[in-house]
Design a protein around this ligand. Structure first.
Ligand code: 1HN
Length: 346
């Protein structure tokens, strides 16, 4: 082996490197290239009961119009101040009060809304309105105009966005009201009629690759999940899990974000599963625990939990009724970019 001729830690050398705007890889190589993911985010659950009063207080202090979006961001305790819920995803709880409209805008960030409490609210996407009933999933994919309104009681939903991903690429663009084009196709129910029954128009534009279907009603997905569970043996690592899909290609609902629903029967604790994607869970019904890398975090209806990349997750139903959870993750990115991995315990 060749011998070195000068000390590795010479202060003059370090200073010269600094002056030249370079740094030695050998200092950081082990931290940059790890055997398995080392997320900065930590496992955490935000109980809905703790957040709702804070949101209602925000409602007394700022209007939806003033705020543009009245949202409390879920700051992962491992990355507080970064506005991230996992290393690559954003989550927030949004409040819309009766009579308010969250003004129309569009941006490159893709968003999903998972409705927690709602009466009468709607979201429109490129002018087409859909209802936001409790536990409905509504998408506002990248660069589609969207606004929210119609609430007749305080309405709260979970916002899930790919903000940290767009930020890392420095690819954030946005437009606010002023130049919203009229959309002659913006007729309530049109998209559901065109795409909602495993049918699609034959004259669709090939270039329109984003998901056309942007409303997945609770009444529909919960019935599918319940029927699927009745007719299928439960998966030891996943319970009964179904993915929401893009009807154009059967893939993830948006280019960057995947979304799922999971049912775990009473008495079951799933076997540990790791996945490279960071995930966010929201409780729908039943009572349970997310066991994440040795921590036990209780989760019930409307509570939101963060499960970082590669954390071993076991989902336990601690109640008498089925435990139903919604989740979203950055798996869509991992698959497209070729770094998706999962590991199932014996
Ligand atoms: C956004 O457009 C909404 O449309 C909610 O409701 C939260 C957070 C960051 C950037 C855009 C919405 C958002 C957002």
């Amino acid at each position: 082996m060749a011998a070195t001729t000068a000390p590795i830690d010479g202060a003059d050398f370090r200073h010269a490197l600094d002056q030249a705007s370079v740094s030695p890889l050998w200092d950081v190589m082990a931290a940059l290239v790890t055997e398995t993911p080392k997320p900065r985010a930590v496992p955490h659950v935000w109980p809905f009961a703790a957040l709702k009063p804070q949101l209602l207080e925000a409602g007394r202090r700022i209007t939806a119009e003033q705020a543009e979006r009245r949202v409390l961001i879920l700051e992962n305790p491992g990355t507080a101040g970064d506005h991230t819920v996992t290393d690559a995803l954003y989550a927030g709880l949004q409040l819309v009060l009766p009579g308010e409209t969250a003004p129309v805008h569009r941006h490159t960030q893709s968003a999903l809304r998972f409705v927690l409490e709602s009466e009468g609210a709607w979201t429109s996407v490129d002018g087409e309105p859909v209802n936001m009933a409790p536990f409905d999933l509504v998408l506002t994919p990248s660069w589609r105009w969207h606004e929210h309104g119609g609430a007749v009681a305080p309405t709260i939903w979970l916002d899930g966005l790919d903000i940290p991903i767009v930020q890392r690429f420095s690819a954030g663009f946005a437009e606010r009201e002023g130049n919203v084009p009229a959309n002659e196709h913006a007729i309530s129910g049109r998209t559901r009629a065109a795409y909602g029954a495993n049918l699609k128009p034959t004259n669709m534009q090939a270039a329109e690759t984003d998901t056309p279907l942007f409303h997945f009603p609770y009444a529909v997905w919960s019935e599918s999940l319940a029927q699927y569970a009745q007719k299928t043996p439960v998966d030891p690592h996943r319970g009964w899990t179904l993915e929401f899909t893009n009807p154009r290609d059967g893939g993830a609902i948006m280019r960057t974000i995947s979304a799922f629903v999971t049912m775990v029967p009473p008495g079951m604790k799933t076997k540990a599963r790791r996945q490279s994607a960071g995930a966010v869970f929201a409780g729908v019904s039943g009572a349970g625990m997310l066991h994440v890398g040795g921590e036990a975090l209780g989760i019930g209806p409307r509570d939101v939990g963060a499960v970082p990349s590669w954390a071993a997750l076991e989902i336990e139903n601690t109640g008498e009724a089925p435990l139903v959870l919604f989740s979203y993750s950055d798996r869509a990115c991992h698959e497209k970019l070729g770094f998706w991995k999962e590991s199932l315990s014996q």
